[in-house]
Write a protein that binds this ligand. Structure first.
Ligand code: DGL
Length: 271
């Protein structure tokens, strides 16, 4: 039983910037009638190169913003926060369910691998925390995890450099080592990375399964809302309510580019 919420309450989703939109897209596809409230902390992106103390503080500010809208559940659409500060979010949410992208990514990868060799790419903070390797090993001790931090992918995605020669060059530099490691599965362990998926896929080469946890998170959301009898019965799809901490116009343009929608309204909030 979740207190003080109804089926019409929104689902809160957040990330440091535009990366979490990859999750918004999947949730919208699975649950078109849900009201989504999205916060992108564009004033402080990127989170990945920052310390655990700072990331935990940011996570606490982010969840405080979303809690003002009395959400019925929260999706942490940021691997960095899922790796280093999920407990901060859970504490602030009380009995409201919280889903983090990291666990979903680890579960999918364990299901996908045939040779028990998984590659994980993510931000510096996520990779240094070892959270993916721990989550994967918890599910299957035998699996070898090869990790690589790819910090420049985040600003490239934030710039909309989806297919740019610079992205291809940097992808080659980052992924060459991991390519030699006989992995059969590669986890996109940062929600910004699916935006660059085409280049990552081309660079890593054929025969490697790419894991993006967005769809699994959306399915889990649907399952949780069904179990809690909180699915929104509305028949009309509603556009997400978008909040950012800086540069709403830039976010609006990027949103249009990635989501293929009309230029949306984006509200500026203070963190
Ligand atoms: N998209 C986030 C993640 O999944 C954070 C990227 C960043 O701000 O460095 O880790």
């Amino acid at each position: 039983m979740i207190h003080n919420v109804s089926s019409d309450s929104p689902i809160g989703i957040f990330d440091s910037g535009i990366g979490g939109l990859t999750v918004v897209k999947a949730v919208q596809a699975a649950l078109p009638s849900e009201r989504i409230i999205y916060f992108g902390d564009t004033a402080r992106v990127p989170y990945g190169p920052k310390s655990q103390v700072t990331i935990r503080k940011y996570a606490s500010d982010d969840i405080a913003i979303l809690m003002r809208y009395k959400p019925k559940m929260i999706i942490v659409a940021c691997n960095t926060v899922s790796a280093l500060a999920l407990d901060v979010v859970e504490k602030a949410c009380g009995d409201i369910p919280v889903i983090g992208v990291l666990k979903a990514g680890a579960e999918l990868a364990v299901k996908a691998t045939k040779n028990n060799r998984i590659g994980v790419i993510g931000t510096q903070a996520t990779i240094s925390s070892n959270a993916y390797a721990s989550a994967i090993k918890l599910l299957n001790q035998e699996i070898e995890v090869v990790s690589k931090a790819c910090p420049l992918f985040v600003p490239l995605a934030e710039e909309g450099f989806i297919d740019h020669p610079a992205t291809k060059l940097i992808a080659k530099e980052y992924l060459s080592e991991i390519r030699q490691q006989a992995i059969d599965t590669l986890v996109l362990g940062c929600t910004h990375y699916p935006i660059l998926r085409r280049v990552i896929e081309e660079t890593i080469g054929e025969g490697i399964r790419i894991i993006d946890s967005a769809e699994a998170v959306a399915l889990r959301t649907k399952q949780l809302m069904t179990e809690s009898k909180l699915l929104n019965p509305a028949r009309k799809a509603s556009a997400p309510h978008l909040l950012v901490s800086d540069l709403p116009q830039k976010f609006s343009l990027l949103y249009q580019l990635f989501m293929g929608s009309e230029l949306p309204d984006v509200e500026l909030v203070e963190v």
